[in-house]
Design a protein around this ligand. Sequence first.
Ligand code: LMR
Length: 329
Amino acid sequence: MSKLRLFQALAVVCILSLAALAHAAPIVIKFSHVVAEDTPKGQMAVKLKQCVDAKLAGKVQLEVFPSSQLFDDDKVLSAMLLGDVQLAAPALSKFEKYTTVLQIYDLPFLFKDMKAVDTFQQGPEGQAMLKSMEDKGLIGLGYIHNGLKQMGANKPLRVPADAKGQKFRIMTSDVLAAQFDAVNAIPLKKPFSEVFTLLQTKAIDGQENTWSNMYTQKMHEVQDYITETNHGLLDYMLVTSAEFWNGLPADVRTELEACIKEAIAYGNKVSDEKDIDDKKKIADSGRTQIITITPEERQQWVEAMKPVWAKFAPSIGQKNIDAAVAANK
Ligand code: LMR
C-alpha cells in the first residue's frame, strides 16, 4: 500500500472512531432499593435521577428500581459485586456479611435523636465506616436518614415483659436478634417486602420500623398497636462497587458526587418531614392505636436491652461506641 493510501485508511479509521465516540452509549447506572417511592430513600433516589438527567445527560443514564422490583436487600450487594446493579442503599443493619463495625447503628437506645446521628456520622469514626468495606469491593458514598424506629404489635407493648414470647420480624442483623432476645421475644429475620403479609397472616406478632416505612407499607392497617419507643435507628448507606466507581471517567465521578450530595441533603429533609407527617397520618387513620410510654417504662426497655452493647463491643470497637455516646452531648 502506498503511503498516501495508508494515510487515507488511517484517516478513515480515526474519523469512524471519533464518530463512534460521539455516539457512545451512556453509562447505565441501576439504583435498586426496597422501599416505596414516597419515602426518604425513595425521594432521595428520585432527586438523584433528576440531577443526573440535568447534569450528565447523554453521559449517564440512571435507572431507579424501587419497592424490591430488582433485588431484595439480601441479594443486592452480591449482585453489585457481579456488576448487575451499581447503586443501592440498604439499611445499615444489612451489611453484617461485609463488616461488623456498622453493627453500632443497631445498638438499642444509642442515639438520642437524629442530630446526634448526624454528629457521629460526619465525625471521624462515622466517616471511616464509609470505607469499612473497601477490602470487599464496596465503597460507601454517604449516609441517608430514615429515622428512629418504633415497635408495633397486636398487643400493647408498654414494658419489656409485654414482648415476652412475641414473634418480631427483624432485618438481617445479629444485633437486632440480640435486642429481642434480651426481652425474651422471638426475632425472625425476614425481607422487608414480606412484612405486611407476615403481619396480616399473623405469622409474626410484631415488627419494628420507622413511621414512614410503616405508613407506606400500610403496616398500621394490620397491627393493632404501635408503641413510640424511638429505641433504634434506621439509616442507610449509599454504596457502589469499587470496580465500577473507580472505572468511571473522572469528570463523571465528580458530577455524580455533587448530585449525590444534593440528593442526600434533600432525602434527609424529607425524612425529618415524614417522621412527623406519617406518624400523624397513621394516628389519623384510626386503624391502630399509638401508645406513648412513660419515662419510667422507657427506662425498663433501656435497661433490659443494655447488655446488647457489651456483647457487640468487641466486633464494633469500644472507641466507636464511645464516640457515638459522645455525639449525644
Ligand atoms: C427494613 O428492611 O425494614 C428496612 O431496611 C427497609 C428500608 O430499606 O427502609
